[in-house]
Design a protein around this ligand. Structure first.
Ligand code: MD3
Ligand code: FE
Length: 220
């Protein structure tokens, strides 16, 4: 079902390869099948060859089940001292690998199709989920400008996302996400809590037993 978008400048169809932009909730757009894993996966692998996936430590002292790396001018990192954006990969003490032009073009196209033609990401977090990995409920609040949306690209194994409200409570709305799906959230949804349920055992022809997520953000 295609609903009208809450954004005045947004088209109701046509800007993604699957031909529709679905408004899930005010400020949340889903573009199904918009990303091409065959193109993006080799780019992820070449980024990870320079800045490897790692399981970050949280301020509470736990290890995340999701492995992470970044590309672009800024990377999102976590350690005992907190969460932050850093221009330097703490593992290599060098800058993060450059954001591939294909990544940036996909993020800009999805954002523009969802009513955010000015989106200018300076950070791309790459999350890698093995079977059983999950992400607990949180909100993305380490950025300096909440006017900028976030673009999230799902690749490989499917997963279920859950949206909550502006506070942690409540039951949440589950949304199944498949390979190639792109989510854009901004405006009234920008600070909503969200989670990713445990990835279930399966195989994908290109990623095997892995799910990847690219999260494009404006850190500063
Ligand atoms: C926010 N990663 O890295 S965004 C993260 O699949 C993160 O790895 C997710 O959350 C992942 O911070 C991708 C998921 C998401 C989905 C819907 C939302 C975040 C949302 C709706 C409203 C606000
Ligand atoms: Fe998040």
């Amino acid at each position: 079902m295609t609903l009208p978008l809450p954004f005045s400048s947004a088209p109701t169809h046509g800007s993604n390869s699957a031909g529709e932009v679905i408004a899930l909730e005010p400020g949340i757009a889903l573009l199904r099948g918009c990303a091409t894993t065959r193109i993006l996966l080799p780019l992820i692998e070449s980024i990870a060859a320079r800045s490897p996936f790692r399981h970050l430590t949280t301020p509470g002292g736990g290890q995340m089940s999701v492995a992470m790396t970044n590309c672009g001018p800024l990377g999102w990192v976590s350690d005992r001292t907190g969460y932050r954006y850093s221009p330097v990969d703490p593992l290599t003490a060098s800058g993060w690998p450059a954001m591939p032009a294909e990544f940036r073009a996909l993020a800009l196209r999805a954002a523009a199709a969802s009513g955010f033609p000015e989106f200018d990401p300076d950070a791309c977090l790459i999350n890698r989920y093995e079977i059983g990995a999950r992400m607990g409920a949180h909100r993305d609040a380490d950025e300096s400008n909440f006017q900028q949306p976030i673009v999230s690209v799902s690749l490989g194994l499917p997963a279920t996302f859950v949206f909550y409200g502006l506070t942690r409570g409540g039951k949440g709305s589950p949304v199944p996400l498949a390979d190639g799906d792109v989510l854009v959230w901004g405006g009234p949804a920008r600070l909503r809590y969200h989670a990713v349920r445990k990835v279930l055992p399966a195989q994908h022809s290109l990623t095997g037993s892995l799910r990847y997520n690219l999260t494009f953000r404006r850190g500063r």
